[in-house]
Ligand binder design. Structure first.
Ligand SMILES: [Zn+2]
Length: 54
């Protein structure tokens, strides 16, 4: 299964992993602005990276 992993460089932690089957890039973009917005507001560097798990 393939996931997109939302990772905060400043907090050094994974904020969420989203299965690409259920979450489009747009959907993840929305989550960045809602669920994870506190990190972005504080100027944290939040990256999205690919995460593959069998
Ligand atoms: Zn953060």
């Amino acid at each position: 299964m393939e996931f997109r992993e939302v990772y905060c460089m400043n907090c050094k932690k994974v904020l969420g992993r989203y299965n690409v089957k259920f979450y489009s890039e747009d959907k993840i973009g929305e989550l960045m602005k809602s669920t994870h917005s506190s990190h972005i507001r504080e100027g944290h560097q939040v990256n999205i990276r690919k995460f593959v798990k069998d």
